[in-house]
Design a protein around this ligand. Sequence first.
Ligand code: PRX
Length: 633
Amino acid sequence: MNYQIQSFAEYEEIYKYSIENPEAFWAEVAGHFQWQKPWDTVLNWNFKDPNIKWFEGGKLNITENCLDRHLESLGNKTALIWEPNDPNEPSRNLTYKQLHTEVCRFANVLKNNGAKKGDRICIYMPMVLELAIAVLACARIGAIHSVVFGGFSAQSISDRIQDAQCNMVITSDGAFRGAKQIPLKPIIDEALKTCPSVDKVIVLARTKSAVNMTADRDVWWHNEIAKVNSNCPAEITDAEDLLFILYTSGSTGKPKGVVHTCGGYMVYAGYTFSNVFQYQPDEIFFCTADIGWVTGHSYIIYGPLANGATSLMFEGVPNFPDAGRLWDIVGKHQVNILYTAPTAIRSLMQAGHHYVENKNLSSLTKLGSVGEPINEEAWHWYQDNIGHKDCPIADTWWQTETGGIMISPIAGITPTKPCYAMLPLPGIQPVLVDEKGEEILGNDVSGNLCIKFPWPGILRTTYGDHERCRTNYFAAYPNLYFTGDGCLRDADGHYRITGRVDDVLNVSGHRIGTAEVENAIDMHHGLVETAVVGYPHDIKGQGIYAYAICLEPPEDENKLRAEILAIVTKEIGAFAKPDKIQFVNGLPKTRSGKIMRRILRKIAEGEFENIGDVTTLLDPAVVEEIKAGRLDR
Ligand code: PRX
């Protein structure tokens, strides 16, 4: 069996084999990685508890797979290219040899500062090379990283640190993002007021802004790195030892710590990277995601490096200094594969054609899309203007919980169609179910998307609360992993993801729970109750619409709105701010007190005709009032 699929016929053959013999299939794939000791059992599983173990008994270190094993043949190949926020600052490259050295050195810094195998380490950093180095250094010593996206607030960081009981934080003085300079260390200082478990903070100097350093707790990266050498043998981990925790939003208020383990995650991230993007030895791969999200974990760091690829990381934002920046980067570094999000595509498309004209995009051979449904217009624009009409687009569907891409075209090998994630990758068994959990067979059908057999990258638990993992993903339908997404399978058997069917929003590709936003808004003393829903947004995919009941009629609605936005920014982060806040006297509730979000969604969308039956509501009159007060801008 080829590790990298070569043709559509081979895909069909391998897919069939992988479904009929999943353990043999994954054992063959895993054989392409470096194990210190082979596994005893390929797979042990049930979705009831759930209890999922891949490659039990196997021993490895993921950084040996991402670094050491390439040194002999690819030591001088560029592993990471770093493009700074400011286009006038020089970019930096690290070869595999250099990255190996830097990771080993920083791993020694971690050890010198008391970190050991199994510790949880929170990383809150800008998109600089040191972020990738920090992540890999944790993995090198068997510590568990919990990267928190740089847009989260002190409160959110504190919640995550406390949940995982981290004892160390790696951060930087600040971050450059577009025209802005964002202080990170002061946010960490604020967060740590409520995190007694943390006794060490390592601070990278990036912006050179003034920061407070707490004696006995805070140390500078550059001072610590000067004390160590680069000799750091990899800690050997069990296949099922934890590799990382990554927090993500669900339909309940508190974000959950999705847990991925060393062996299965490595195999899955590595295999999917090589196949979906059909990576060829000299290609340059550019994923525009932030390492704070799963896409950055799997397709900036682990997937590319496990395959000896060259991966480009970008510190800035797509519209700085102007909306041509991504295209400039493609030209400057001769990028071959570009993997980005529909939100970015839509906003750059809207910025105007002159930002694309005259850019050198001829190096591109393959494109990818991730994180949210891509609309047809954006898909065509991406293919015509960026992919010069001859690059295949891999619309990749997956989730934090799946560890890697699940349903997607294999670039240039399997067919594509606008808005469709198309076909499952080998080893992935999607099923559609109806409300009762009955499998919907045949084609030209739609339902809730579930997966009926484990794959190596599936989450193992939610940190510190296994029951939560069970109820969230494995309880809705017996013996199935429930994704939370709606999906249709067309007449040709191709899959199209239609969006979340639970109370989770996808705003600019950021996953946000409605309950999380509601809990934050409800902290305002002047409010009684809030309901948050999503509505279609031209650029962000979904916007956030909040309905709030005030204690007393507000004197100044705009002032109250500004206060609410400030609270959401403080509690979660600016990216979760509602786009619209409508003050109402009541919410549509059933007689048992449940808010009818379906009605609120319809009103937010301006779809007054299809609101459905309101007679079962406690107070049907509120619907008319809410309709009358709808904010359309
Ligand atoms: O609703 C789906 C949407 O993003 C959700 C997962 O979000 P997150 O865990 O943050 O991971 C994002 C990056 C993998 C899914 O439940 N989603 C992701 N990719 C697609 C998508 N929706 C449609 N098409 C996609 N290609």
